[in-house]
Design a protein around this ligand. Structure first.
Ligand code: AMP
Length: 281
């Protein structure tokens, strides 16, 4: 496994590889990230992973400084997964002082839900992913459905800029009790960890309502909110939307996506579930 820290090094090693599947991460790797790597390994001749905590997607009040950075452990996990190339740059490599900032974004998706709660977020994500695509030059890139809106934004960005990269969506990996794995779960103490289960429980409840034929998105949203509030989760949103463009639905019909963002004290968590009407809960 080759670990690179500069753009020139990364490009030089990438040039020696045939097809490359790429998994961009912010490190603090868990089974969710590893599942993306396993999927990516089946998609191309070689596997590349980036580990970079991207300051551009954090607001000043968010957790950039305390975000976990266990780099030695992360590199061990990459090695064990058979990763060929790691790109682990410093902030100055990705954002050289004096570089004129470039805007890349998908405004129609970037201002709602996560984008409304975190106005800088998708501009920061698009900027870094566009840079990483240009540096690593992958054939395929794997993204988790855990970050559902982000996946839709990256798909739209890649298609809209005609980038020759296939985006491969990968299923959400969960703890045994249903909590979606996240690098931020380490912030939760035992009591908060219990309350955090309300997100996946609320999504399961939504799925049951939909399977039982509930046509009104508002009633499903109310049922999710009730479960979250009972667990003292402060809700950013708990909604039922169109899975392709996240637009508001007047009626549940066909496929829908249920999306939740909420705070367990200071820890912000997100989760989602795609449900097909008529599907068994
Ligand atoms: P992050 O390091 O949080 O930026 O995530 C890097 C990639 O891993 C993104 O494509 C995420 O959607 C994906 N990911 C994070 N958590 C999970 C999970 N529990 N299951 C599947 N993919 C995940």
């Amino acid at each position: 496994m080759i670990v690179t820290h500069t753009i020139d090094e990364c490009r030089a090693h990438r040039a020696n590889l045939a097809t490359v599947a790429f998994v961009p991460t912010m490190g603090a790797l868990h089974e969710g990230h590893l599942s993306l790597m396993r999927r990516a390994a089946d998609c191309a001749d070689h596997l590349a992973v980036s580990i970079f905590v991207n300051p551009a997607q954090f607001a000043p009040h968010e957790d950039l400084d305390r975000y976990p950075r266990p780099i030695e452990r992360d590199l061990e996990l990459c090695r064990a997964e058979g990763v060929d190339l790691v790109f682990n740059p410093s902030v100055d490599v990705v954002y050289p002082p004096g570089e004129l900032p470039v805007d890349v974004n998908v405004p129609a998706l970037a201002t709602i839900l996560e984008g409304a709660a975190r106005p800088q977020f998708f501009a920061g994500v698009c900027r870094v992913v566009a840079k990483l695509f240009g540096i690593v030059q992958p054939d395929v890139a794997c993204f988790g459905e855990k970050d559902y809106q982000q996946l839709r934004v990256i798909e739209a960005m890649t298609a809209g800029l005609n980038l020759p990269i296939r985006i491969d969506p990968c299923p959400t990996i969960r703890e045994a009790d249903g909590l979606a794995m996240s690098s931020r779960n380490v912030y939760l103490d035992a009591g908060q960890r219990q309350r955090a289960r309300a997100l996946s429980r609320a999504l399961a409840e939504a799925e049951q309502h939909i399977a039982a034929g509930e046509p009104d998105p508002r009633r499903i949203e109310a049922a999710m909110s009730e479960i979250l509030t009972a667990a003292d989760v402060r809700i950013d949103y708990a909604v039922v939307r169109d899975p392709s463009d996240l637009s508001v639905l007047s009626k549940v019909d066909g496929r829908v996506v249920c999306l939740i963002a909420g705070h367990v004290d200071r820890v912000r968590l997100i989760d989602n579930r795609v449900v097909e009407v008529g599907q068994r809960a």
